[in-house]
Design a protein around this ligand. Structure first.
Ligand code: AGP
Length: 610
């Protein structure tokens, strides 16, 4: 979603800002802009729709000079994708603002601002920040004080950076609902919505907390909490790889991330689980005590992370004997729900900043859950900081909008949680051994599964001209079918639906014809015979099927069915293994269709607005 970069330095910051924006491109955006201020107050602003490269091409030696600057990539919410709506926004040629989030009361603010004589010249909510701050400069001695008063007037979410033409020595930043991180340099300081943007210039970061307002100059960072009191926040040394944003020779980030899965899963398991069992305290210092009494798990997430939660429900109930509900965060947060006794709340998120998941966590914290655990990929993210326990998935930076390695590491985390809860709830030795053996061999099985790439690339040719598709699975493979359908639709724009295959005859069977490819996820488990009956139902109606199956299932290719043999594996890890061919299928279909694989249209990597 939107991205922010800012800098206060002695040198010209334009290249730092442009590089930062490029490093945030993966988040999804539709326009970009930069505003620069020189020590003598010279001000320039350049904005373009489309890619950051279009902005970079428009920068010249005249308009590209400034030692203080703010820059932004915009993902349109209020107002269309136009240059006029692109950030930074200004007020009276004095105040310039970039903003992530949504100012929900922008309508009332506009009315008040018009009454004060301001002209509203964009369709955005952000413009009201610029005019509100400007209007408060009359009654406040400093820009900092004006911003501190301005934020009391905003409802909604913001991560914002504000620059004053009359004081080029500083920027003021404010965070509520949208993350901001300060980067500390030597004689220069930075601000961004994501540390990725600043890794070329620093590895020392301060993650702002909710309600913080900060003043950043070249030599100082002064932070004030929600009540206006000065506070000291921890400085964190980043462990994120500087080159995490490189494609490492792969054509797309998504392909790189698909191929990284054996390695990142190996890293995620290392030191946490072995054939002997779980290492104590992997969920945190007090986790042993907290998890011992858990009798119910409530999982909340969005998108791919929700599919990981759906899969976990099968595992927690089948192996750990713990009841489990899973809900989409945007639904959970707006309905009254009943909290089961001894209930653990689990949120899952790659980014740790998904607005709905964060809001659901905050709501749940008031409802009486025993404790909260987040399974997350980004250290220092809001979900990690606000949950009682955090379990890091260690997938490394995921740049492709379509989530791949984050998902498989989330599933690995859930198998570890299943073991942790199962040991207090009568998990059978057989189930425990299946999970431990499955996890032990998982990295090598993932490698083996990736060798299906050429066969799947060939199969993708048959898909590229289709407009619709159906994904079928049963049991814990049903969420994997859902994840396969989500991947295909988000990067190839082919309409894809997933069904629990037992549901076919209750409606979707009416869709079957030879223009509707049907993808079946068919490992060798106790539901195989049921699944085979569903396959026959499709075949009898002239459907064309693509079956991903273990060779012991005895599915055989013929004129209406193409079978792709997936490596045999322990039953517990089969959902992780069967995810791989579906990721590859969507990737190769998108490649043939020529869509933007890493930044699909209309989508953002981190969904920080609801
Ligand atoms: C999946 O490919 C998508 N990028 C999307 O569904 C994503 O999983 C969802 O927005 C949740 O994001 P999170 O894991 O960062 O919370």
């Amino acid at each position: 979603m939107c991205g922010i970069v800012g800098a206060v330095a002695e040198r010209n910051v334009v290249e730092i800002l442009l590089e930062g924006l490029k490093r945030l491109e993966y988040r999804g955006y539709d326009s970009a802009g930069v505003a620069l201020l020189s020590p003598n107050g010279d001000f320039s602003r350049v904005r373009r729709t489309g890619k950051v490269q279009a902005l970079a091409d428009a920068i010249t030696s005249e308009n590209g000079v400034g030692s203080t600057g703010i820059a932004h990539t915009r993902w349109a919410t209020h107002g269309g994708v136009t240059e006029n709506n692109a950030h930074p926004h200004t007020s009276s040629d004095r105040i310039a603002v970039v903003h992530n989030g949504i100012i929900e009361n922008f309508g009332e603010l506009r009315t008040e601002l018009r009454d004060k004589g301001y002209t509203i010249s964009t369709d955005t909510d952000t413009e009201t920040i610029a005019h509100t701050v400007h209007s408060l400069l009359d009654t406040n001695d400093t820009l900092l004080a004006a911003v501190q008063e301005a934020v009391t007037k905003f409802s909604g979410a913001y991560g914002t950076v504000i620059m004053d033409r009359e004081d080029p020595s500083r920027v003021i930043v404010a965070r509520s609902g949208s993350p901001l991180v300060i980067g500390l340099g030597v004689g220069e300081n930075f601000i961004a919505s994501d540390q990725m943007a600043l890794l070329p210039v620093t590895r020392r970061f301060i993650f702002l907390e909710e309600g913080d307002v900060a003043e950043i100059t070249r030599r100082e960072v002064n932070i004030f909490d929600v009540d206006g009191h000065p506070v000291v926040r921890d400085i964190v040394e980043s462990t994120v790889e500087h080159d995490a944003g490189d494609k490492a020779g792969y054509r797309h980030y998504m392909l790189k991330e698909i191929y990284e899965q054996p390695t990142v899963v190996r890293n995620a398991l290392a030191g946490r689980v072995s054939l002997e069992g779980l290492t104590p305290d992997i969920f945190g210092e007090n986790a042993e005590t907290l998890l011992r009494d858990v009798k119910h798990v409530q999982i909340i997430a969005c998108g791919t992370s929700y599919h990981a939660g759906m899969t976990a429900r099968y595992w927690l109930e089948q192996y750990a004997n713990v009841s489990c509900n899973v809900e989409i965060a945007s639904e959970f947060r707006y309905r009254k729900s009943v909290v089961h006794p001894n209930s653990l709340l689990v949120t899952i998120s790659q980014s740790g900043e998904t607005a709905d998941t964060l809001a659901a966590l905050r709501l749940a914290q008031e409802l009486g859950y025993m404790s909260s655990l987040t399974i997350c990929n980004v250290a220092g993210s809001s979900l990690v900081r606000e949950s009682d326990m955090a379990f890091m998935t260690k997938a490394g930076a995921e740049i492709g909008v379509a989530s791949t390695k984050a998902f498989t590491t989330q599933l690995g985390a859930f198998l570890m949680l299943t073991l942790a809860l199962g040991q207090h709830n009568g998990m059978s030795d057989e189930a425990r051994d299946d999970i431990l053996n499955g996890l032990q061999s998982l990295p090598s099985k993932l490698e083996e599964t990736l060798s299906l790439a050429a066969e799947i690339e060939d199969l993708a040719e048959e898909f590229a001209d289709k407009h619709h598709s159906l994904f079928l699975g049963r049991g814990e493979q049903y969420p994997i079918a859902m994840e396969g359908a989500l991947k295909l639709k988000e990067i190839s724009y082919i309409h894809a639906e997933a069904y629990a295959s037992g549901e076919l005859k209750h409606g979707p069977l009416a869709l079957i014809d030879d223009e509707m490819p049907v993808i079946v996820v068919a490992p060798n488990n106790e539901l195989l015979e049921k699944l085979k009956s569903n396959v026959e139902e499709v075949r009898a109606r002239g459907g064309i099927m693509y079956v991903f199956a273990d060779k012991d299932t005895a599915f055989e290719s013929d004129e209406t069915m193409r079978v792709i043999n997936v490596p045999q594996c322990a039953e517990s890890v089969a959902p992780i293994i069967y995810t791989i061919p579906l990721q590859l299928l969507s990737y190769y279909v998108a490649l043939i269709k020529g869509t933007d694989v890493d930044q699909p249209r209309n989508l953002a990597k981190s969904v920080t607005v609801e």
